[in-house]
Design a protein around this ligand. Structure first.
Ligand SMILES: NC(=O)c1ccc[n+]([C@@H]2O[C@H](COP(=O)([O-])OP(=O)(O)OC[C@H]3O[C@@H](n4cnc5c(N)ncnc54)[C@H](OP(=O)(O)O)[C@@H]3O)[C@@H](O)[C@H]2O)c1
Length: 333
């Protein structure tokens, strides 16, 4: 089998450019002992990948130059030389950014293609959904009747989180960029929505939106920058914040000064808890159990933005930083 794959050409800071990616074609070897050959069907692109392009080790190693990049992928086994894997099985791996691969079956998860659409394993039923769940359940410990402000609420984590919070009986204020996105946030159950691109005073707009619900008790941080500044201003004393991501800062050339109102953390006695989802796999069973019952009750809808073809993977990735997606950003092969 031949496979086209995307390599990173250099490590970089600043905005992502198409030149930083190149596509190459390779011949895949037959699987050796304990190995499988897989044809990928769906690839995930995620904001955290930007951190792996800088060339500095953070909580995960940088991408290697001239080697296939990695990321979540769902594919079908074409050839198997590994116990427990047969031709036709659907699997999830981290061998994304490529059409196919031959490699060890160790650590590869088999998927039930009858239970859910395959792409959902990269979205609401995968690490994306689990991230929203960890933030809300474990970091914020959201309670029924409280008000959550969800930022980047029309995105993958955000839209899952809006619906999880509603299913848990909370009020949700959603912020997102543009009319189509705010309409989507209402559709999935947000009690109030703010188009942050259409307002001059984000804090004021969120405060107003949250008034009928007694103000903002908790904040789910996906954006950083002006959103964090506004959240510190708006949140009530003893507020809890889940620091999940700060996408507005990932393409900075040099780190910008942070919010100017950090004293609010002290004055309001706030709790801010940062987290990285893979540290919390012990929550998986509880996540699957809650998600299953919410899905069966019709409380969780999904929507994806899909680019088609391996050559579109860089474009899909870059689109995350210009807000091209509603729901999970995926590449279909
Ligand atoms: N901690 C963890 O383990 C973990 C795991 C997964 C994801 N995350 C984080 O969670 C956040 C959401 O990830 P996701 O996968 O669900 O991506 P996503 O929200 O589906 O896509 C990114 C969205 O971010 C918004 N955005 C991009 N640049 C922005 C800017 N400069 N200012 C404001 N908004 C901007 C855009 O929405 P608008 O058009 O609405 O602006 C865009 O659609 C990211 O910060 C990511 O790093 C963390």
């Amino acid at each position: 089998m031949k496979s086209r794959e995307i390599h990173l050409t250099q490590h970089f800071t600043g905005p992502v450019k198409p030149d930083y990616f190149e596509m190459t074609e390779v011949d895949l070897p037959d699987p050796g002992e304990g190995e499988i050959q897989v044809k990928n069907a769906w690839l995930s692109v995620d904001p955290y990948m930007r951190g792996r392009m800088i060339g500095i080790k953070t909580y995960v190693d940088p991408f290697r130059i001239g080697a296939p990049m990695e990321g979540g992928a769902v594919g079908q086994v074409i050839k198997s030389n590994a116990d427990g894997f047969a031709e036709g099985d659907w699997v999830m791996s981290m061998n994304g950014w490529r059409e196919g691969w031959t490699g060890s079956a160790a650590g590869i998860t088999k998927l039930d293609a009858n239970l859910l659409p395959l792409e959902a394993y990269l979205g609401v039923a995968g690490l994306t959904g689990m991230t929203a769940y960890i933030g809300i359940k474990r970091m914020i410990e959201l309670k029924e009747g409280e008000t959550l402000w969800m930022s980047a609420a029309a995105g993958a984590v955000g839209s899952a989180g809006v619906q999880f919070a509603k299913a848990m009986g909370a009020h949700v204020i959603a912020t997102a960029g543009g009319a189509e996105k705010t309409a989507f946030c209402s559709e999935i159950g947000a009690d109030a929505v703010v188009d942050y691109k259409a307002v001059d005073d984000l804090a004021g707009a969120v405060r107003e939106a949250a008034k009928p619900f007694g103000g903002v008790d908790t904040y789910f941080e996906n954006v950083g920058g002006d959103h964090l500044q506004a959240a510190l201003d708006v949140i009530k004393p003893f507020g809890r914040i889940a620091a999940c991501g700060m996408i507005a800062r990932y393409n900075d050339d040099t780190p910008l000064p942070g919010p100017t109102n950090l004293t609010q953390i002290v004055a309001k006695k706030l709790t801010i808890r940062g987290f990285i989802a893979p540290d919390h796999f012990d929550i998986y069973e509880s996540f699957v159990s809650d998600l299953s019952s919410w899905m069966m009750a019709g409380k969780v809808k999904t929507r994806d933005t899909v680019f088609e073809g391996i050559d579109k993977t860089p474009e899909a990735f870059m689109g995350l930083f210009t807000g091209q997606n509603i729901g999970k950003m995926l590449v279909k092969l």
